[in-house]
Write a protein that binds this ligand. Sequence first.
Ligand code: NAD
Ligand code: TYD
Length: 356
Amino acid sequence: MILVTGGAGFIGANFVLDWLATSDEPVINLDALTYAGNRETLAPLEGDARHLFVHGDICDRALVERLFAEHKPRAVVHFAAESHVDRSIDGPGAFVRTNVDGTFTLLEAARAHWSALPAGERELFRFLHVSTDEVYGSLGPNDPAFTETKTYEPNSPYSASKAASDHLVRAWHHTYGLPVLTTNCSNNYGHYQFPEKLIPLMIVNALAGKPLPIYGDGQNVRDWLYVGDHCSAIREVLARGRLGETYNVGGWNEMANLEIVHTLCALLDELRPSAAGSYARLVTYVKDRPGHDRRYAIDARKIERELGWRPAETFQSGIRKTVQWYLDNPGWIANVQSGAYRDWVARNYAGREVQP
Ligand code: NAD
Ligand code: TYD
């Protein structure tokens, strides 16, 4: 079996659902169920003996050691993290705790488990660390896309904490020989994404007739990848990646935020027209995020060359499916918009006076 951390979050849950749809290998799913973790996303696995959900913290060394001892996973796929840049600006402590201390705790428990394995099993063991392109910093308009050898220049508390975790993973390989793999992926979108991130936030706000808050001039560029493609890339790297290597994962799809939001408005105008007129009327410029990275772009040639992976979805096909999913699942949206969610939205957007 494999041990997945953070498998009740957006990408982790998509990964677990895809894994069990294509394989009978069981999954232990360790998740602390923070605001971003949601058992409802895993409802299709209710009663499925291949899925063991453990409500717990990756910083809990005794718990993590017990899971290794009891279940002897052959691999760890590590998603658990605090993942939202705006929240990291508001409160960086949780990011250092989970992303740095939590990864350290997992690495130490994995190392103890792996060191004690018989030779044949030791060789097969894998620790796959899921990371982000944000560790590389911000690009100018004409800079080449991030390759795996790009220097690390993290700019936000989130990306700094992820960079620190990447360095720990690298060091545990170099020093102790732990068989690690790291993926650095661009921005994901798709079903089950918590509506604090750009794409689901804009869909949810538009449907509620609320402003669509564009930070700064709306020209910050991200490279968007459909979540199912990220999950397939992780499966490939886990199966065939070279030990100690990092693989950049991206969608070859750079878009400015404003273009994303106008695409969403056009899709909603088609699929759920509003009597009040186009959703684009709700676009509102607000005060920028401090330290806002201007551009991310991934050069994903290494994973294509070595493992034959390329994204299966185009942005047009992936974003249409995503918008349709949010339209079809108002119950899921309502359930994640708890009091805590409303408090966050109030805090994050209150200080951002509307810009002309
Ligand atoms: P998410 O915030 O939706 O989910 C994170 C999950 O981790 C939640 O279920 C949460 O309950 C769990 N968690 C948080 N702290 C924990 C702890 N201390 N112990 C156990 N579980 C804990 O995040 P996501 O968007 O699914 O991202 C998953 C991973 O992928 C992260 O490591 C992130 O850095 C990385 N990543 C995300 C993106 C993206 O666009 N979302 C892109 C590249 C890489
Ligand atoms: P986000 O989804 O938070 O991902 P990240 O910051 O990790 O790339 O934001 C994506 C882009 O959208 C980023 O440039 C910030 C911008 N953005 C807005 O303009 N308005 C918003 O309300 C949010 C949440 C993000």
